[in-house]
Ligand binder design. Structure first.
Ligand SMILES: [Cu+2]
Length: 166
């Protein structure tokens, strides 16, 4: 009975002019919350998940930091963030969420579209931050880690790494 009422409510909203003029991505919009609460239950569960990683310097380096991975505001998206300290001012560090764990040889594949991860430029104080939005729902199982690469021309050298955990 509950699901039948929900269906009727969604159908009524969907046929209205107001719905047609509202993009689904507007936060708090009634259609978005109805859909995420009653139709796309797995997404609701995923949105509560947040993975974090502590990034530790590799091979005697100084680059440390933190990373987070959690559901984005749009359905089926994930936002990954990274913040670093101890970087070389002016350096450009590519980074990704990878499948697997730190220290894998060879490294695990990039999770999601690699071009979504923009390389970050280190400031004069040695810090850097970056945010990537990936067009996939957050991972719900398996192992993942965040790699910081030495430079766009030296992807093989990892200057910092952290395993992602719940
Ligand atoms: Cu990488």
């Amino acid at each position: 009975m509950v699901s039948r009422l929900t269906f009727v409510a969604v159908a009524a909203i969907c046929s209205s002019t107001a719905y047609a003029q509202q993009p689904l991505s507007v936060p708090g919009h009634v259609v978005t919350s109805l859909a995420s609460a009653t139709v796309v239950a797995p997404t609701v569960m995923a949105q509560g998940m947040k993975m974090t990683a502590t990034l530790t310097p590799q091979k005697g380096g100084t680059v440390a930091g933190k990373a987070t991975v959690q559901a984005g505001s749009g359905a089926g998206t994930t936002v990954a963030t990274v913040s670093l300290t101890g970087g070389t001012p002016g350096a450009v560090y590519p980074w990704h969420v990878h499948v697997g764990k730190c220290g894998m040889m060879p490294g695990g594949k990039v999770w999601g579209d690699g071009s979504a991860y923009k390389p970050m430029t280190v400031g004069s104080d040695g810090t850097a931050t970056s945010t990537a939005t990936i067009s996939m729902a957050p991972p719900s199982s398996g192992g993942y880690y965040v790699n910081i690469h030495a430079s766009p021309s030296d992807m093989g050298t990892i200057v910092s790494c952290g395993n992602l955990g719940m």
